[in-house]
Design a protein around this ligand. Structure first.
Ligand code: NAP
Length: 292
């Protein structure tokens, strides 16, 4: 049997962070301050809190200032808009991100629209999404950018390949499909209303699962020799009440058919954080250009 090679997002993310750290050391004397990232979190969703801690740790590690702000669940839309407005003006801040999901009484979309597109570290502002659609440079959303960077690192060519993205969220599936298209793949997007999913995925040279359904993609749905990227992060509990993380891909079986496969955890997850830092450093180095 063929055992797939792992696409090691954890190792690549570490390498990217070292490079970013060196870039910061080089630019800081010219800009006169470190880059700054502001992470806004509302309420106490434990998964969100863990993600935010991870992002703040990563900032500290590479010499980036973090302006984390944690708000109580009952914070109002107007209060958050005010905070975003201040961060937009704050010279020390290069990136702003709102940790999703937000409590139900808040309108996340409208908040994302308030962020200065040049400080939109998550690449979710409509201006940046529009630039992606047009193929113009701009801040790209972190998870899809992380997937693209991972494929590039392993020199996986996309040109003229059949790529299938399962999932069409604005966070992952839709922007990723556009990025694959930009790289000259022939792209199919599947979703919950697609018929005969297995027949679609079986055509994929590059198969991306961004669904949020534990182990939906099984070996029978994968073309032998395909590159399989698992974006899903699902917490499942087994019969003895032990909880663990699994992806949208059934790792054990798919590893016997795919040529390349991402692990969960340690695949796309760490790449998302690396791209967040990368976007912030990119905005930071723009400051130097506007100074010159
Ligand atoms: P989402 O907003 O819930 O979108 C899920 C997508 O999957 C939707 O487009 C949905 O179709 C489609 N779908 C649902 N069930 C399906 C099925 N049975 N067959 C085919 N398509 C189906 O989720 P998301 O934000 O894109 O996230 C997807 C997964 O990635 C989650 O597990 C999430 O935790 C994970 N994630 C990981 C990272 C990371 O850093 N690694 C970042 C973000 C998200 P419809 O549009 O028709 O409803």
């Amino acid at each position: 049997t063929n055992i797939a090679k792992l696409l090691d997002g954890k190792a690549l993310a570490t390498k990217i962070q070292q490079e970013l750290s060196a870039t910061i050391t080089r630019l800081q004397p010219h800009i006169g301050r470190p880059p700054g990232l502001a992470v806004l979190m509302v309420g106490d969703n434990p998964a969100s809190a863990a993600y935010v801690r991870g992002k703040e740790r990563a900032c500290a590690k590479i010499g980036m200032a973090s302006f984390g702000k944690h708000f109580p669940t009952q914070t109002t839309q107007a209060e958050l808009e005010e905070v975003i407005h201040h961060l937009n003006q704050d010279e020390r801040v290069d990136g702003i991100l709102v940790q999703l999901p937000l409590p139900n009484h808040l309108d996340a979309i409208s908040l994302l629209h308030q962020i200065d597109p040049d400080k939109d570290a998550d690449g979710l502002h409509p201006v940046n999404l529009g630039k992606l659609v047009r193929g113009e440079p701009g801040l790209r959303s972190c998870t899809p950018a992380g997937v693209m960077r991972l494929l590039q690192e392993y020199e996986i060519s996309l040109r003229s390949k059949q790529a299938v993205v399962v999932g069409r969220s604005i966070l992952v599936g839709k922007p990723l499909a556009l990025m694959l298209l930009e790289a000259d793949a022939t792209v199919t997007i599947a979703h919950s209303r697609s018929q005969n999913l297995a027949a679609i995925t079986k055509n994929a040279d590059i198969l991306i699962a961004a669904v949020g359904r534990p182990e939906l993609i099984t070996a029978q749905m994968v073309k032998p020799g395909a590159v399989v990227v698992d974006v899903g992060i699902n917490r499942v509990t087994d019969d003895s009440d032990n909880s663990r993380l699994v992806g949208d891909v059934q790792f054990e079986s798919v590893a016997n058919v795919a040529e390349f496969l991402t692990p969960v955890p340690g695949g796309v997850g760490p790449m998302t954080v690396a791209m967040l830092l990368q976007n912030t450093v990119d905005s930071y180095s723009q400051r130097l250009k506007t100074k010159e």
